[in-house]
Design a binder for this molecule. Sequence first.
Ligand code: PGA
Length: 251
Amino acid sequence: MKKLMAANWKMYKTWDEAQATARDLVGLAAGKLPADREVLVFPPFTALKAVSDVLDPVPGFSTGGQDYYYEKEGAFTGEISPAMLKDVGAAYGLTGHSERRHILGEGDECVGRKTAYGLSKGLKVILCIGELIEERKADRVEEVLERQLRIGLKDVSADFDPEQLSVAYEPVWAIGTGEVAGPAEIVEAHTFIRKNLISLFGEKANEMRILYGGSVKPENCGDIIALDNVDGVLVGGASLHGESFSRIVLA
Ligand code: PGA
């Protein structure tokens, strides 16, 4: 299984800025990318084409959409479909990011519909899950992760390809705060997630990737990526510059 090194650019970068960063990244990392690594960038929708034009021709590099809606088309002002993402070069889609859950108000049911719909339309999907600090303090981490997985994956068809579906564990308190989860916390959560995936999907869950996200930096990425059941990283702040993200990709 290849390690997936993913960049989430959130609501940053115009067309020109995004394309320049993508070019920097390719210049710094493409020639040195190990065969067991894959690089993925989630630009804002408006810069997806700018970035996919640069990354798509490079082996091991691809792009994705940070969100999408679970309908083909229609009167859904402001929304975008998996087909529209694919049309501008996206291979992946992200569902359930904590900012969509906690700032934009998306619930588990909505995240579940998006996850199953994107997969059924040929996107590779990364479902994000993770607990709030209050939930961790109240010893509710497993309860939260179990619920987000069960509802987030409930409509996924049983014959899905495990290479098409990944889970990102992103403790909300570690996102954008500089406070990275410790190795024991990461391993504990990822082991719990793997067990849950196996109970939902059987042995093929061993072929699904589980990414870690939350304050990943060039300095800590090498240690994180070497942990058990960590099959990649999802990086926000430290992915915004080609120099910094290239060090993460090659860590
Ligand atoms: P961060 O964001 O790396 O800035 O903590 C991670 C994410 O939101 O995916």
